[in-house]
Design a protein around this ligand. Sequence first.
Ligand code: GLU
Length: 493
Amino acid sequence: MKIRTRIAPSPTGDPHVGTAYVALINQAFTKSQQGEFILRIEDTDQERSTAASEQAIFDALRWAGIEWDEGPDVGGEFGPYRQSERREIYARYAQQLVEGGHAFVCFCSRERLDDVRREQQANGATPRYDGHCLGLTPAEVADRVAAGEPHVIRMKVPVEGVCRFSDGLRGDVEIPWQQVDMQVLLKTDGFPTYHLAVVVDDHLMEITHVLRGEEWINSMPKHVLLYQHFGWDMPLHYHLPLLRNPDKSKMSKRKNPTSINYYRDIGFLPEALLNYLAMMGWSMPDEREIFSFDEMVAQFDLDRVTPRGPVFDMEKLRWLNGQYLRALSPDDFRERTLEWLLGNDRLARLVPMIQERTERFSDVIPQVHYLLGDRGDLRAEDFTPTRGSTEGNLRILYHALACLEETDDWTSEALYGRLRALADAMDIKIRDFLAPLFIAISGQTTSLPLFDSMVFLGRDVTRVRVRSAIDALGGVGKKATKRLEREYRDLTG
Ligand code: GLU
C-alpha cells in the first residue's frame, strides 16, 4: 500500500509555526515510508480565506524546507487541491447523507439558534442544536427549499452511548455522543464545513495516515460517523501534540511569535528551525539534539512521537541556531549573513530612507541599526520621553496592535491611513499617538520615518515589537484586555 499523507492548512492569517511542525512530522514520516505527501488548502471559510495568505503559506513552508508532492501549486492526480474548487463534490455527498437518512435539512435562523443557545446556557446546559428541524416531512423540506428559503445540512448523531476510536498516539479513546453536536455539514453559502470536507477529501485523495494537531481529536466522533455512513475505510489517525508556551498554554502570539516569517525575518536559519521543531514531541533514538532532516527521516518512527505538549522555548531555539551558525564554514557564514542582511532588496529599500540623512558612510550604521539588528529589550523608563502616562501608552499600543493585526495592506500609506484614523477616533493628536510607537519600533525617541520602518521590518517583526513594548510597560491583564477589546470595537465601529 502506498502511504499517503497530507496537511490541510486554512489560508487565514499568517503561516503558523504549528503548521510547519505538523508538516515536518508528516513529511518525515512519508519520506521514511517512500510515500506521497500532499498539501491541500482548506479555504471553506470564505470570509477569512485569502489568496495572499495561501501564497504566504506556500512561501513560508518552502523557506522552512517543507516540500509536497501534490498541491494546488504543483498539481497532481487527485486535484483540485483547494476545497473551494470542490464544492459540487461535497454537495453530492451531503445529498447522499440526506437521502440515506443520516443528515437533514435545517432552516433555523441565526436568531433562533442564538436564542436556543442563550436559553441552554442560562439553564447550565451545554449549548447544542435542539433538533428543531428533525421532524420536517420530506415534502415540507422540498417546498421550502424550492421556495428559496436559506438552509444548511446537518448531520444526525446518536443521542446516547459512546463513540470509540483509536488514535495512533493515544490508543483507544472514548467520547460520549452526548458531547457531540448535530454538526452543520453544508452551509447556507453551499460551502462545506471542515468536518464534511476533511472526510470526503481524505477518502478521495486516498490518504492512509492523518497526522494532524490534537485540537481535532474531539471532532473524531463526527468523522468516525461520516466514514461509517459512507461505508469507507478510515485512515489511521494520529493527533500530534500542540506546541505550548512556557506556561503550558497553547502556543499563542501573545507569548511567542507564531508566524514562520518572524523567524525568517529575525535571522534564524531554516534548517535550525526545522531541527528545533523536530525535537517538539519527537526525539532521535540516541537523544541527539542536532540532526538534519535526512538523519531524522532515516530514524523516523511514529512511535517516538509523544502526545505530551512540547514547550516552544525561544532560548533553546536561539541556542540551537547559534550551534548551526557556528558550524558553518567561514565562507558559508559570510554568504548567508549577506543574504539575510542585504538579500531581498533590503539595501535598495533602505536607500530612500537614509540617503538624505547621510553625510558620511559611517552615518549609515547608527541610522539603520534597529532595522537591521535587534532593537534590544525595552524598560518602562524608555517611554518617559513620550510624556504620556503608562496607562495612556498601553492603551495606544494595545489599539495600534489590534489595528496592525487587521491591516493586510502593509504599505506606508495604508499604515499611516489606518493609524491616523485610529488616533482621530481616540481623539489623540497624531504626534502623541505615534510617540510610544516610535519607542516600540526603534527603541529610541528619534528614528527614521516610522511607517517606512514598519514596512521595512515587515508585519511580523513589527507586531512582535509592539507586543513586547506592551509587556515592557507591564502588560495588559485579563480584565483590561476585555475592556480594551470592547473599546477598540467601539472606536473602529
Ligand atoms: N484546516 C485544519 C487546520 O489547519 C486541518 C486539520 C486537519 O489536518 O484535518 O488545522
